[in-house]
Design a protein around this ligand. Structure first.
Ligand code: GRF
Length: 214
């Protein structure tokens, strides 16, 4: 990695986490968002990128292609940006094992639950239905197994009796916007790495629930 970490963000939708990362990089000279790739042409995140004069690409899945073929086209698009870090920010596609294996330790994701709880979809609804007292978001390294990579940082929020999916989701979102830029910053300062499926911050192994200061 050169002095400035080249960050590439993959999105499918609103891109509020993308926005938080762009804003975070404005205050962090060690990282720059060099591109945004979407699989959806109407993703609002593409407009956010244009507003910040960030290059964008749209890789739309073709009806007749396999997942591996799509991922090969995605890889070609990614390589054009020469990224040091690939940030999945609401990128709503499952990536093939072959694809993920090429970017081990260089790709992170944010998932709206306190992993390892609630991998997959509908996490807010599942937390409400289970009457959980707390819920949250996790930033983790991406490995081939879905939502199972080592957690780097989590943020917890309370779940109130009167919550519905929207109120809970917006409380979680707010926390996502705080933790994701911080993790990008750690990576850009070369404080963060993954070795043998364990995440390290400043050469100290991070626990299963992410970094927790002593
Ligand atoms: C976030 O809730 C994130 O946890 C999940 O997708 C959502 C993306 O939201 N992976 P946004 O597009 O960043 O607003």
């Amino acid at each position: 990695m050169t002095d400035c970490c080249r960050v590439l963000v993959l999105i499918s939708g609103n891109g509020s986490n993308l926005q938080a990362i762009i804003d975070g990089c404005d205050d962090n000279v060690s990282a720059e968002v060099v591109g945004v790739i979407s699989n959806k042409p109407d993703a609002y995140g593409l407009i956010r990128a244009h507003q910040s004069e960030i290059d964008t690409s749209c890789i739309i899945a073709r009806k007749d292609e396999t997942r591996v073929q799509y991922d090969q086209r995605l890889k070609q698009a990614i390589e054009k940006y020469q990224p040091d870090l690939i940030v999945l920010a609401g990128f709503m596609r499952i990536l093939s094992d072959e694809f993920v294996s090429q970017y081990l330790g260089k790709m992170i994701n944010i998932h709206p639950s306190l992993l390892p709880k609630y991998t997959g979809l509908n996490t807010h609804q599942r937390a409400i239905e289970a009457k959980d007292a707390e819920h949250g978001a996790s930033v983790h390294f991406v490995i081939p197994q879905l939502d199972a990579g080592p957690v780097i940082l989590q943020a917890k929020v309370p779940v109130y009796e009167e919550d519905d999916i929207d109120t809970l989701a917006s409380r979680v979102h707010e926390q996502e916007h705080a933790i994701y830029p911080l993790v990008v910053k750690w990576f850009s300062l070369q404080r963060l790495k993954m070795v043998n499926n364990i995440a390290y911050l400043d050469d100290k192994a991070i626990g299963v629930h992410g970094y927790a200061p002593d």
